[in-house]
Design a protein around this ligand. Sequence first.
Ligand code: HEC
Length: 120
Amino acid sequence: MPRTRSIMTLAVALAVALAACGDGASDDGSGETVDSLELSTAAAAGLAVFEGKCAVCHRPDLSGGAGPALGPASAAAGKPVEELRRTITEGGNGMPSWGGVLSAEEIDDVLTFLVEAQGR
Ligand code: HEC
């Protein structure tokens, strides 16, 4: 019986290790590269949301247009992430409200993208 138990322990340890690898949150450099920026998997998903829904006003390079700049040197880069989340979710002053359009995960991803693109 001891032998069976050690094989079971090994199987469980392997399953846990594989789950940890597969969760996609690691910043191991395997994400997409955009403008020489290495993005985590969540940020790469956020970039896709951004390009589809946000770039029309904030520009693909985050330099701003109908909406303010969101890049590293912008005012947005100095604001708490929760404040940016509120603006994205609720909108106002020309910013559409995305709370009913995007899932909570999509909003998380787009915030992860912005924060990584801002270099913080
Ligand atoms: C129709 C144009 C438009 C679109 C589309 C748009 N925005 Fe905006 N966004 C704005 C405007 C205008 C503001 C400024 C609102 C304000 O001053 O309160 C803004 C503000 C913001 C802010 C806050 C910036 C700051 O400095 O506080 C963030 C973050 C933001 N937008 C992210 C997004 C994201 C993410 C999307 C896509 C899901 C998006 N926006 C889509 C126009 C837009």
